[in-house]
Design a protein around this ligand. Structure first.
Ligand code: DGL
Length: 268
């Protein structure tokens, strides 16, 4: 039996399009509903209580769209709200933290792992806990890099300014000779080339978005909820505010044009 109900992808804004891009690439026949909470972005400097409430309200909207599973593309929300969302909603809910950690542990040889993300993600310790649960001997070095989000949204992803900001945040981490770096934020895949240049070839960079797509396929198979094998899937975009800004930035994150999304009000 094929299940043509959509996969729901939720993010605080536009950054989750890096996840959508990978899911579309791996699972082109799935229907997808993307919701970006653009009225309340950024989540990365908000409290746990606020992120929990915003995430639950966003997921309620996805429930109205009758999604068959939900992906929390936002690392901040995955770090702070995933367990609550799993308890609250009746479909499988996948976060980006576990996927990123799985990718890092597959690649690391020396078990010296760097994690970068928003302030809220790093403060939550979510990546550290998930890594140590599976690899208690790992050495983990974490750093919040709040300026990376506005840089990516402005399309400033290479050049001197970017290298200076990277150096300011990550000089210490580089001196620890990490062999794997987890990009623990939706926006950071846009800075992947600049980060590779900074850390050099001996450091592998793990983009959680690619790992999430692989995990999504696994869930669809396990729960036997795969979409139609014949048709190309449809993608619908919704935001909670500012649809023009979303479409403008969408090109950077998705590398294709996105029609102006529909605006929905999710606060209750
Ligand atoms: N989507 C957020 C994350 O991955 C970054 C933007 C924000 O702070 O809301 O953590």
């Amino acid at each position: 039996m094929k299940n043509t109900r959509p996969i729901g992808i939720f993010d605080s804004g536009v950054g989750g399009l890096t996840v959508l891009r990978q899911v579309e690439k791996l699972l082109p026949r799935e229907n997808i509903v993307y919701f970006g909470d653009t009225a309340r972005v950024p989540y990365g400097n908000k409290s746990r209580a606020a992120v929990l409430r915003f995430s639950a309200e966003s997921f309620r909207f996805l429930t109205e769209k009758k999604v068959k599973m939900g992906i929390v593309a936002c690392n901040t929300s995955s770090s702070l709200a995933l367990m609550s969302l799993r308890r609250m909603f009746p479909f499988p809910v996948l976060g980006v933290v576990e996927a990123g950690v799985r990718g890092a542990l597959r690649r690391t040889r020396k078990k010296r792992i760097g994690v970068i993300g928003t302030r809220a993600t790093i403060k939550s310790g979510s990546y550290e806990r998930a890594i140590l649960r599976q690899e208690p001997k790992a050495k983990i070095f974490s750093e919040a890099c709040p300026l990376f989000v506005p840089l990516a949204e402005e399309g400033i992803t290479r050049g001197n300014l970017v290298q200076q900001v990277i150096d300011r945040y990550l000089r210490g981490m580089r001196s620890h000779r990490i062999d794997t770096l987890i990009l623990g934020c939706t926006h950071y895949p846009l800075l992947k080339t600049a980060l590779s240049r900074y850390f050099g070839a001996a450091t592998e960079i793990v983009d959680s978005a690619e790992e999430v797509a692989l995990f999504t396929r696994k869930i669809l198979e396990e729960y036997e909820i795969k979409g139609s094998p014949r048709r190309k899937g449809k993608v619908e975009f919704y935001v909670s505010d500012e649809p023009e800004g979303f479409s403008r930035m969408a090109g950077l994150f998705l590398r294709r044009k996105v029609l102006v999304p529909k605006v929905v009000y999710v606060s209750h």
